[in-house]
Write a protein that binds this ligand. Sequence first.
Ligand code: SF4
Length: 457
Amino acid sequence: MNKIVCPGCNLGCGLYMNDVLYFRKNAPVNSGKLCKFGMKLHKYEKALPMIGGKEEELSNVISAASKKLAETKDFAFVSFGNVTCEEQLAFTKLASTVGSDVYTCIPGFVGADIEKIRQSTEIITFIDPYTTYPLILRHMLYAKENGAKITSYYWKKIRIADESVILNPTEIDKIKSIDFGDSLVILDLNPLNLEFSNEIINSCNRENIVCLKPFLNSTGASLLSGGEKSIYQILDEIKEKKIKGLYLLESDPRIVPDDALLSALDKLDVLIVQQSAHNSLSDRANIVLPNDRTFEGKGTVLNFEGRALETEGKTEGIKIISEILKSAGKEETSYDSLHAEVLSKLGITEIDEYVVPEHNLVYKPETELKKYEGGSHLIYVYTPFLWNNTIDRDFVEISPGLAESLNLHKDGLLKMTSSKGSAAVKYKIVEDVPDNVVLSPMKLPISTDVITPIEFK
Ligand code: SF4
């Protein structure tokens, strides 16, 4: 039975797995508890080695990848952090052979640990803990029972909060005037809301921020790979032909809310994907290399606290990257040497999941908050299911007031129009949502951004 870390987000919940999942009660972050995603750990069809859409011997695909890397100029490498630190490091070595960086699309940041939530007396939160990071809710409840005051800034009312400030997309600037004082701040740093998170990170005491992230090893990836470009910048540069080759390691650009942006991928000279799942991204790629499933890789991952966690399993992904290095005439690498280098970079000699190593990640980004127009908005809300392309809901949330004003009937559909066209979707009436907002856990074809101005017609 392998000791593994749930791949659903950067909380790093521990569990045991063989054919079924078992609770690991001594796991430091979750004490055996798991959210809905962790309890399911979705299954999917495995990606096979392919060239031009046809299955091939792995050795041929490795040679083809190596050849393309050598002959294509301006290659970009992207790994969001869905692999172990050891595999990320191997990927970084591969990128450096063609003079490139690995982009994680989330800046490196390590903030406060989970214990700090429990000890806080004032908490300011920017997440919906009920759907986004449910296990954080347990720690917030503990703090609240011990007298902490919780203030929420979000698109809807958050039940656990003593005070809920509902954010209005046209007045996001108002977050600039929040007085953070010594409050503990709970924030989500993800590739789609960087401007929003940057504004908050740059406005408060960084030691007081619990900074949650969506991918299993987001923190480790940014510690080991220095490239800082957003997923939007990368797609823009592909469109402008500044990037001609793209190598994606367990990273799916289909997370962007506007599918139209993905047409940039058709402009690439070559798209290589190395991933565990067979899906429409691997169908689109020129070269497909298989990888260990995210929760089956052996190695180290760093959770949002910077805590190093061990996950047991296979090292097939590393072996493939090492073979590409060898095929390119470069020095091969191995799990053992990568693991030793990871420990050295962390300044530790062994993994102890109960001790958080010291981190000195420098947070650099400066961005401008986006401005949104319009009276009503469709807002894309994040859950582990969204990041893993396994949406578990097929409805949006709207207020009773909106349902009444649109005269919606039970089993009817909500009709919305944006600059991209119209959509009709199932809805659920929820008391906590304001009348001018539709919250969607699904990517809808009318989305133009995380926040899309809409009309109801
Ligand atoms: S998705 Fe995140 S919160 Fe849920 S079980 Fe996995 S690691 Fe824990």
